[in-house]
Design a binder for this molecule. Structure first.
Ligand code: WT7
Length: 629
């Protein structure tokens, strides 16, 4: 499965374009299937429909666990590093993980969870999170992991959208110096949900929590009374494996659906190839399992490859900014996959946190989530990678299931801040605003993909029409990514950022409409508009322009109140960094907010606002400029 030279990459790429079905069938054959597929690919991008390996049956956990038992049963599948460096880390072998997954799967079954049922998982970064995910997959339940930083309302919206019957959570979470409530947040969420029959609670912080008789169960208690044998449920390749919510340009988060067969093949193929994974290597992906990066490159990709995957519970700056380097040294990490925002933040703390740590185990570095600037790229490569580790800048999305454009570590010649070349099976196209395909090199446009790959989004849960409209209607017959992109003279791709109303704050995708809706719920707010502005560490910061019903008496207090409302409605990640009170917003005569102008103002570029003559009230721009923060 692993490409080993650049010539092999080119060959594989050409084959994947000439004969995609043959190409992917050959890769898929290397997995364990219960039943072979009847048709490799069935697709219609005009309808937003894609099916891979139809008729095939498998269970992804047999590929992630069972098939490794004979050869590497005693090898660590998971290394868990707790938040507090003084707490003992834990190593879980493939055999033990298999046992724990089967037991927990039996707990789910005992409480009535069946194939196709939705299970919401709201847990900190503990091994139980991976166990819960895999246990759902074992019995064919569809997991919906909700990132631990989301609010009760966000959890409730996600539970209600998917009609989850079960929630798995913990009493609390340790995050740096803080103890964060989890069960309490779930309890608040459940006041707005009626589909949930049971809540399973894992004890992590030993914080006292309310436990409702008949509904709430303790994880530790439950696993005592079940069998450790749980046959894997045979799944059709196109049965849903999970739902993962992500923000778009409209208000409501979308439940991106991935299915069992194609996702497994794609997550695993990309893991092995991009990171050039070699047996025995320890892989440390610093993302949270609550995001797609964690699904694909902490859980499924590494485990299906038989790798050792490190799960870190804490944050990079606790107890101090050397934490990642201490982890690398302690667990002899080989592959480190992290985000530009983390690199920029750690850069700011200075090199004295890096030196004195033995980073010689590192063989490969990766970056994901947002464009990586040249400075961060070089700092990471030189100071962490000793200038010898390949550094792969990987571009992809929740919807793509796995990495799409990236170098193969040590094989594809690198270019700082470029995601470089498409992986085999990926056919990128740049188009202009009118939908014309831009041929040749040295062009910039909107990034589309013109042919399906096995990890592509299958639908938006409960809303196939929205799937079609969001991704397959902007440009006919193509998947539209929402990103702008440059293809340089060498044919290398550089992602320049979103071209829709989606922000990328510290690698987290945040919809402008979602944040505006939350701000507008605050007492005294009449209307708001948010834009992203360049932020040294977060990549983008959130700048909010807010119209209030009267001049705020204590603006600082009012700002804090608005931030608290956003935290409560969405979560702390969506809090605005800057709030400017304005008396009006630049709108067209048809009432559309001209974000382009606000964006320029937020960047301090007052001279390049462009044409403002079509505005309903051009004077408002002068006022906003004067008050800009
Ligand atoms: C958006 C997807 C799956 C990765 C984690 C985020 C941006 C992602 C890169 C990169 C430039 C990147 C894009 C994309 N993005 N990776 N290497 N270079 N931009 O997943 O939350 O679905 O966000 O993140 O704008 O569309 P996500």
């Amino acid at each position: 499965m692993r490409i080993q030279t650049f010539e092999q990459y080119q060959e594989a790429y050409n084959q994947s374009v000439e004969d995609p079905e043959g190409f992917w069938a050959e890769i898929a054959q290397q997995f364990t299937w219960r039943k072979p597929w009847k048709k490799v690919l069935n697709w219609n991008f005009n309808e937003g429909v894609t099916k891979w390996f139809e008729g095939g049956e498998l269970n992804i956990t047999e590929n992630a666990l069972d098939r490794h038992l004979a050869e590497r049963g005693e090898q660590s599948a998971i290394i868990w590093e707790p938040n507090d460096p003084d707490e003992r880390s834990v190593e879980i072998s493939y055999r033990v993980l298999h046992d724990r997954v089967c037991r927990f799967a039996n707990v789910l079954k005992k409480h009535g969870v069946q194939k196709g049922d939705r299970v919401c998982i709201y847990l900190p970064m503990v091994p139980e999170l991976a166990v819960a995910v895999l246990a759902c997959a074992r019995i064919g339940a569809i997991h919906s992991v909700v990132f631990g930083g989301f609010s009760a309302k966000s959890i409730a919206d996600r539970i209600n959208d998917a009609q989850c019957g079960m929630v798995i959570t913990s009493d609390g979470a340790f995050r740096g110096p803080k103890v964060i409530p989890m069960k309490e947040t779930v309890d608040d969420a459940l006041e707005q949900c009626n589909s949930v029959k049971n809540v399973i609670v894992m004890a992590r912080t030993r914080t006292p929590v309310s436990m409702l008789k008949g509904r709430d169960l303790w994880w530790e208690e439950e696993v005592k009374h079940v069998d450790s044998i749980c046959p894997a449920e045979p799944m059709n390749a196109e049965d849903p494996l999970f739902i993962l919510y992500t923000s778009g340009s409209t208000g409501k988060p979308k439940g991106v659906v991935h299915t069992c067969g194609g996702y497994m093949v794609y997550a695993t193929y990309t893991f092995t190839n991009v990171f050039q994974y070699e047996p025995g290597e320890v892989h440390f992906c610093t993302a949270d399992i609550g995001w797609i990066t964690g699904h694909s490159y902490i859980v499924y990709g590494p485990l299906c490859s038989g790798a050792t995957s490190l799960i870190f519970e804490g944050v990079p700056t606790f107890p101090d900014a050397s934490r990642y380097w201490k982890i690398v040294e302690k667990h002899k990490v080989n592959i480190l996959y992290t985000a530009p925002t983390a690199i920029r933040s750690l850069m700011g703390y200075g090199l004295h946190f890096v030196k004195d740590h033995d980073l010689s185990s590192l063989t490969k570095l990766g970056s994901v989530g947002e464009p990586i600037n040249q400075e961060a790229w070089h700092w990471f490569k030189i100071n962490i990678g000793r200038n010898i580790c390949p550094l792969v800048d990987t571009w992809w999305q929740t919807e793509t299931g796995g990495i799409m454009i990236a170098p193969l570590a040590g094989i594809t010649p690198e270019k700082p801040s470029f995601a470089t070349l498409p992986l085999p099976g990926v056919q990128p196209v740049l188009v202009d605003e009118n939908g014309n395909v831009l041929e040749g090199n040295g062009v910039s446009g909107n990034l589309c993909i013109k042919f399906p790959w096995p990890g592509i989004i299958r639908t938006i849960y409960g809303d196939q029409l929205r799937n079609k409209q969001t991704y397959f209607s902007t440009y006919e017959g193509m998947y539209f990514t929402g990103d702008g992109c440059l293809r340089d003279e060498d044919g290398y791709y550089r992602i320049t950022g979103r071209v829709d109303d989606v922000l990328n704050v510290s690698g987290h995708r945040i919809g402008t409409a979602e944040v505006e809706n939350a701000i507008n719920m605050h007492l005294g707010v009449v209307e708001s508009a948010i834009v992203g502005y360049p932020h040294d560490i977060k990549g983008q910061g959130i700048y909010a322009f807010i119209i209030t019903d009267q001049k705020p008496e204590d603006p600082e207090m009012f700002r804090k109140g608005i931030a608290a409302t956003v935290s409560r409605i969405i979560g702390p990640i969506a809090k605005p960094d800057k709030i400017q009170f304005v008396s009006g917003l630049p709108k067209t005569r048809s009432g559309k907010i001209m974000r382009r102008i606000l964006r320029k103002i937020s960047e301090g570029q007052f001279d390049s606002l462009g044409d403002t003559s079509t505005l309903l009230d051009p004077a408002v721009v002068e006022e906003i400029k004067e008050g800009a923060l």
